[in-house]
Design a protein around this ligand. Structure first.
Ligand SMILES: [Fe+2]
Length: 331
């Protein structure tokens, strides 16, 4: 993949501008009386079809049957999303502490609950709320994932792959936390810092107009330069904060550097790029290529792993790729 394809495919889609939002099925396990119409994506149909009207609660048996039939998500109309999100946030603490729900599923619920708030925070002028929110979400993520010995595939199986910026950063943060663990990071404080850095990595995109971020046609050279400015803009947004470390700032600044020196903003080579940024680059692209876009299908898991392997040593640090790919292949 040429430099920048990940960026050209990583477009923001504000949930409020979308007709339907896909929600992981686990959310309805804990929110059976969601009081919103639920829709189902059917292969071959362009729009989701009505599955259950708001008046009829979904049961555990329905969820089991959906899972048996290979469904991982239900859809809600974007106009109903804030109602569902409010209900979800009211029960979030209780749900996250519920040991009977597998940690990967609790992660998927957290992702859905946090996405709307993250969206609002990204549109504020000052970055304070995004940072505080990232710190709070990171605590939940690390306590859900650390010490659970989750195979990353379990997390991959339940999270949303219907891409938009806020689900993307939460996926990336979960994957980065697991990859740090696999690489032998054992200090929980450092792992939490990596999770926070991953949540903040694309903060510079909030300075780019959505007409550019969401443009589906070929970007002009000027627009492409604007997109490429987001690591620098993000770094500048965060660099005076005393509650972030230099390593976290380097995750933001260097996550589009490539191992062969052909990345941006500087063109650093190999280990000149900070370890945490090299780690982030792998899971950032992994989530980008496995997520659906309005104009292209996502890569399958095996295609995405082949893609990472074929770019090992050029785009990515080979050690990071090897570690992620072998963990992802475990069943
Ligand atoms: Fe980025």
């Amino acid at each position: 993949m040429a430099i920048g394809l990940e960026e050209k495919t990583s477009r923001t889609a504000n949930p409020a501008q979308r007709k339907f939002i896909c929600i992981p099925i686990s959310v309805f396990q804990v929110n059976q009386n969601s009081q919103v119409d639920l829709y189902l994506k059917i292969e071959g149909n362009q729009s989701p079809v009505l599955y259950r009207s708001a008046a009829i609660p979904i049961s555990s048996r329905d969820i089991e049957e959906l899972r048996r039939n290979g469904h991982r998500a239900l859809c809600v109309a974007s106009s109903d999303f804030s109602r569902l999100d409010r209900a979800l946030n009211e029960s979030l603490h209780e749900v996250l502490a519920n040991q009977e729900i597998p940690p990967a599923e609790r992660f998927a619920i957290l992702q859905t609950a946090a996405a709307m708030e993250m969206d609002i925070a990204f549109h504020m002028i000052k970055c304070d709320r995004i940072v505080t929110m990232s710190q709070r979400i990171a605590k939940h993520i690390t306590s859900l994932l650390n010490g659970e010995h989750l195979v990353p595939q379990q997390l991959f199986a339940v999270v949303q792959h219907d891409y938009y910026t806020y689900t993307h950063v939460i996926n990336v943060a979960g994957f980065a936390t697991l990859l740090a663990d696999l690489l032998g990071f054992s200090d929980p404080k450092l792992k939490e810092q990596i999770t926070i850095g991953a949540l903040l990595h694309d903060i510079g995109k909030r300075f780019i107009p959505s007409s550019v971020l969401c443009k589906e046609n070929k970007l002009t050279e000027e627009e492409w330069q604007l997109i490429k400015s987001h690591p620098q803009r993000g770094f500048e947004d965060l660099c005076e904060r005393i509650d972030l470390t230099q390593e976290q700032l380097l995750m933001v600044y260097e996550h589009h550097e490539r191992f062969d020196g052909k990345g941006y903003p500087v063109g650093l080579v190999g280990e000149e790029i900070h370890t945490w940024a090299r780690l982030l680059a792998v899971v950032d692209v992994f989530d980008a290529v496995t997520s659906a876009r309005p104009y292209r299908k996502p890569m399958s898991l095996s295609q995405s792993l082949n893609y990472l392997e074929s770019n090992s040593g050029s785009h990515f640090d080979p050690e990071m790729v090897q570690c992620w790919v072998s963990a992802m292949k475990l069943t």
